[in-house]
Write a protein that binds this ligand. Sequence first.
Ligand SMILES: [Fe+2]
Length: 290
Amino acid sequence: MTVSKGLKYRFDLSDGFCREDFQDSLSENGFAVLESVISKELCADTLLRIEKIAEQLNSEHRKLGLPADSGLAFIPALMSFDPHFFQFLEIPELLETAEFWLGKDGILRNQFAQFVEPQKSEHEERLIFHRFHRNFRHLLDAPKVCLDSTLVLSDMTERNGCIYMLPGSHKCGLPRGIEELQSQAVEITAKAGSAIFLDGMTWHREEHNFTDEKLVLLNHQFTRPIIKQYFDFPRLLPESSLSNLPERSKELLGFNSRVPSTLSEFFMGASSEALRRKNCGTESHWVLQS
Ligand SMILES: [Fe+2]
């Protein structure tokens, strides 16, 4: 496999942003960085809220007799802890990019905080994400099925957990000797407030964090609706938090792509075009009205 450096991949919303160039870059490279997507204030507020949720989870783990920090490299379904996290489903650049990549029916597979902790020792074993990998490994060679949108909440530098991407690799087959391609990889750093978009098929690896402070990222993984979500969000999220949500946010959460839970729902859906979404790529893709 050979990859090329491809097109420009870094764009800034606040500086002569050209949507077409950005989309071309994402198509060609399989990734793109968009700066100035959220404000520094929103980054700081969100960081504090994630820390608070982490403390709450740690405390619950301790009560259960589990070691503190166990399982906290990721915190999923942040919206279920704090309604603050619903607002990220309304960020126009996230929505537009997900729609460009996956079509109008794209849904949110998961929203999660990711902690890139300081490297504990120089000899720390490389985990899967430190080696070249694809984020969406369930299907081979199926670009435009999954899009990761990573919001960078504090500056991502070459020292604290940057990402190495192989441009154009979302269009390649299974590579051999991929570790040898490091020299062709592009080092991705990003200022706080940026979004890093990445097709689920793009080969990349996350570098260790060589500093003393952890890096916190807020990820939104979007997929086509035939892919299972991490959670049944319509059941997970409290009714009270959903009443004022925009229709588009509900669609992203999977409200229009649930499967029937009873035979009567199945037959009701089949008898009414109004209950059935078109162009969703699966016969078992229904709108269930509550
Ligand atoms: Fe990854």
